[in-house]
Design a protein. Sequence first.
Length: 559
Amino acid sequence: MNKQIETVINYHNRTKHSLERYAKGPETLDWEDQPDQFRHFSGCEIITLPTPGAELEPLFADLDKPETIPAQPLTRINVGLLLELAFGLSAWKQFGPSRWALRCNPSSGNLHPTEAYLISTGADYIAPGVYHYVSHDHSLEQRCRFSDNLIDSDLLIGLSSVHWREAWKYGERAYRYCQHDTGHALGALRYAAATLGWSVELQADCSDEDIARLLGLDRTDDFKKREQEYPDILCRINTNCGISPPLPSGEACPELSRRGRGEGFQKSTNHERPQYIKDLIEAAQSGAWFGKADSLRAYHLYNWPIIDEVAIAATKPQTEEPAWQAVRQPLLTSRCTKTATAIIRQRRSAQQFDGKMSPMPQADFYRLLAAVLPTTAAFELWPWPPKIHLFIFVHRVDGLAPGLYALPRSPDALPTLQAATLADFDWQPVSDDIPLYHLDTGDCRVVVKTLSCHQPIASDSAFSLGMVAEFGASLAVAPWLYRRLFWECGLIGQTLYLEAEAAGVRGTGIGCYFDDSVHELLGFKGNQFQSLYHFTVGKPLEDKRLETFPAYGHLNDID
Ligand SMILES: Cc1cc2nc3c(=O)[nH]c(=O)nc-3n(C[C@H](O)[C@H](O)[C@H](O)COP(=O)(O)O)c2cc1C
């Protein structure tokens, strides 16, 4: 086996939680020593963005058909809104003397390892260059000034992760959570862009090295040792073109189609970078750079070298990516009448659920599942065939027997999943509208709570689920696909979070579960399939002890 693939698989196996032991993490936590959630670069020009909190007209339900949403002009106000709705603050919470911020994008442990950068190639709203977004202040720090406008006047967003921020609390398993968070951030960006009538296009062929050079992450002297950022994703935001229109109504369509060069990708040894990326890197390299990252304050009591090892093994080279996209299909209609901006800003994780809730309406449950199929507008930015499938523990859904269900996210996966799971699962289709299959009937609340590190959020909800990846086959192709599997999970998770809010309930991501016990319950053997993320949805119980404050009230205080 290729050494890098072996390193990634070893990392994955070693960071499994089990009933007998949790993955290796710090033995003690000094909360005073928590890493700063907000990165600042000292020595940069700061560009204050227009006051956050503006409402836009599109309803959340309109995002199913993004081509019907008028594209907003590329102005500083709208770029500010994009950043706020994707990565900005959504509220402050306070309990006694403790006060903490929540953001539009969720994060495991609220540690927020993801950093966001904006690259302007030359338009009126901001001078061409690279900017770091500071969600706390809703401002941009200019890291690089390009000497010239590039021909293409575009907007790009880059994402990176400070692994150590997450490892401070979660130790070795933290690298997985950083990848989930990247997927969530990508999802948050997609919803924010769609609300503005814009779309997100992944620059998937870029190497990590290229992204690092572009965002200035390779400037090691600008970062304190062990607080460096790792490049993840580069996206182009299309601000004046809609997403590809849906099929004319009534036209028969295959559920998934493969366009272009097929579904694999090829590592490109001598593949030329697109001219556009070349120009950007050249502009970054010849530009003037400013600032140094402030220390994240904490001392580094624990060391997790395995995270550095897996990060190196899963580094992505330049690749030639296929032009693949699922064909959009009509989606079960959302009953939500709220605006998209309201849903995005009200998203929270439920801390507790009402275990006595009346069953969730079946139509809402089906809509929620339909929304994570790759044939929806939300997944049009994901240019690869789906590799993640859902196994759902239904506790309280109208008209459905409690028990275990499956939602293969592609028809191709159905026979493989059937063959790999327990022989006595019945795999009976239960809906004409979505590929949902009944596997087994029974009350699984106690089991699921135990499997989810004994967390009641998995059992007091309407349903909880495991996201099962086509793991072995993906990794056999390339080690860095490990990260992409987690990103796909995060993207699904972000959709579930927002759809839950739209259905009047609430979701919570679950990163803590006993990996191999889940596999055993489902019948999976070996590493062909692995459960990479869990999620739960139900009626939240508010913690009345917590006070809530507006997201950006502190900016007014400063004024
Ligand atoms: C990848 C991931 C894993 C998470 N795992 C858990 C979990 O196991 N248990 C839990 O109670 N919350 C979990 N959460 C929820 C976070 O704690 C929550 O997102 C964070 O506190 C921020 O709060 P917010 O989502 O309300 O903004 C997870 C969130 C993410 C994104």
